[in-house]
Design a binder for this molecule. Structure first.
Ligand SMILES: [Ca+2]
Ligand SMILES: [Ca+2]
Length: 438
């Protein structure tokens, strides 16, 4: 290759456009080539030209770098990029060409793209061979046949930014991993910021924080539709859990420790309101009013005589000292008394069971073998002539009391059926048991 008529008088190479603060993708990925084309008599060439540009590893053009007039892409010094452009110089022979406009420039690697080779030919002779635009004007004879790209193009591949280099040391510029993401190993263990926001631009409906682990990732998600946080697995809290709203779930509520509940408790759709204090004695039961209101109650009651009780010279019914029990309003009780009485055959017994006002009563009395007895169907009515035998004799009193609006006491009364000085006695440990049935 010879360059008899053309040589370069000037050559400039500069980066096109862009600013230091622009994002990398906004930097025009091209280089500006500017040269002044003169002929052998150093007169400007102003006719249209065809220029071929190529990048190389060294400055020395050798014959093997061209094969049949084309760039030999197999040459070990070839940088892997070339393009052909048409250009018409100005009247001074100045030509400006934007490299990369027909064939995109590669990512600049200065181990591969150190030198720019420029070749030209007249546009009027497109079939002619390209002529090397040799900086030293010897058509490739010496080892300086190409132009060093120089530091200008480093703007496309800067070694430093603000005097900081890419790397993994303190102060280095962070490099993205192969997937274009920050490598986990390069991420710090935390941030000094007091607040940290994900999905800060609110571009996504839901926000998900994922925790990787050996079994698989688990997530903490804010479900924007349901307006709630959702955990993909269990939650264990060492401290307390507080809420101003409801707690609901489709699973089983398990409490290994104590549970404190206030207000009502709803079971199987029924709301129960519990008493605000414990029962007044052992053995009390909770009873409902049919509307879920629970109260402490004593469905069974018991009383016994703690000493003998004696009546003489009286047929006036008197309260037994021991055999009575309390009843509430609107309750129904059944009772049974097992008595051991001793009255002479001439004195006998009479009995009655009294109850609060508005109550109804049914009472019967008999001895153990059924040889004497009687019954009444009103409260306080007397059952007379219950025969005495002159010795200890078992008697049984059965009955039912149904109260009205007045609570009070159901009381056994008794006396001699016929007055006399002989003692009529009810013995110690005679007893009653009563059961509330309504
Ligand atoms: Ca050479
Ligand atoms: Ca040369």
């Amino acid at each position: 290759m010879k360059c008899k008529h053309i040589l370069t008088a000037a050559l400039f190479l500069s980066l096109l456009g862009g600013t230091a603060t622009a994002h990398a993708s906004t930097v025009p990925h091209s280089l500006l080539y500017e040269g002044r084309i003169l002929d052998a008599s150093r007169r400007p060439i102003t006719t249209s030209l065809i220029l071929r540009f190529s990048l190389w590893k060294d400055a020395d053009w050798t014959a093997g770098d061209t094969a049949s007039g084309s760039i030999n892409i197999a040459s070990p010094m070839y940088g892997g990029w070339s393009e052909v452009q048409a250009a018409t110089p100005t009247t001074n022979g100045i030509v400006n060409v934007q490299l990369g406009s027909t064939t995109a420039l590669p990512q600049i690697d200065f181990n591969q793209h150190k030198y720019l080779q420029v070749e030209i030919k007249s546009a009027a002779q497109p079939d002619a061979a390209f002529q090397l635009l040799d900086p030293t004007g010897d058509a490739g004879t010496d080892t300086v046949d190409r132009t060093s790209i120089g530091s200008v193009a480093y703007a496309l591949n800067a070694e430093t930014l603000q005097n900081r280099s890419p790397g993994t040391k303190s102060g280095s510029i962070l490099l993205l991993g192969s997937d274009g993401k920050v490598e986990i190993a390069r991420m710090g263990s935390g941030t000094n910021l007091p607040n940290f926001t994900i999905n800060a631009d609110q571009a996504e409906t839901d926000t998900v924080l994922t925790f990787g682990n050996q079994a698989g990732p688990e997530t903490l998600k804010f479900n924007n539709t349901a307006k709630r946080f959702e955990l993909s697995k269990d939650l264990l809290v060492s401290g307390n859990i507080g809420t101003t709203g409801n707690i609901s779930g489709s699973g089983t509520l398990k409490v290994n420790g104590a549970a404190t509940l206030g207000g009502t408790v709803k079971l199987n759709g029924v709301a129960y309101t519990f008493p605000t204090a414990d029962g007044t004695a052992s053995g009390r039961f909770l009873a409902t009013n049919g509307a879920g209101q629970l109260t402490w109650t004593q469905p069974f009651t018991f009383a016994r005589k703690t000493n003998d009780e004696t009546v003489t010279n009286s047929t006036a019914l008197q309260n037994d000292n021991h055999l009575f029990f309390a009843v509430g309003a609107n309750q129904t009780w059944i009772f049974e008394m097992h008595l051991v009485g001793n009255s002479s055959t001439s004195r006998d017994f009479r009995f009655a069971v009294v109850a609060p006002e508005d109550s109804t009563c049914l009472t019967s009395v008999s001895d153990a073998n059924g040889s004497t007895g009687g019954s009444v169907i009103s409260c306080g009515a007397e059952i007379t002539k219950i025969a005495g035998t002159g010795e200890d004799t078992p008697y049984i009193v059965h009955g039912l009391v149904s109260t009205g609006s007045t609570p009070g006491t159901v009381q056994l009364q008794w006396a001699q059926n016929s007055s006399g000085s002989a003692e009529s006695i009810l013995r110690t440990n005679s007893f009653l048991s009563a059961e509330r049935v309504q």
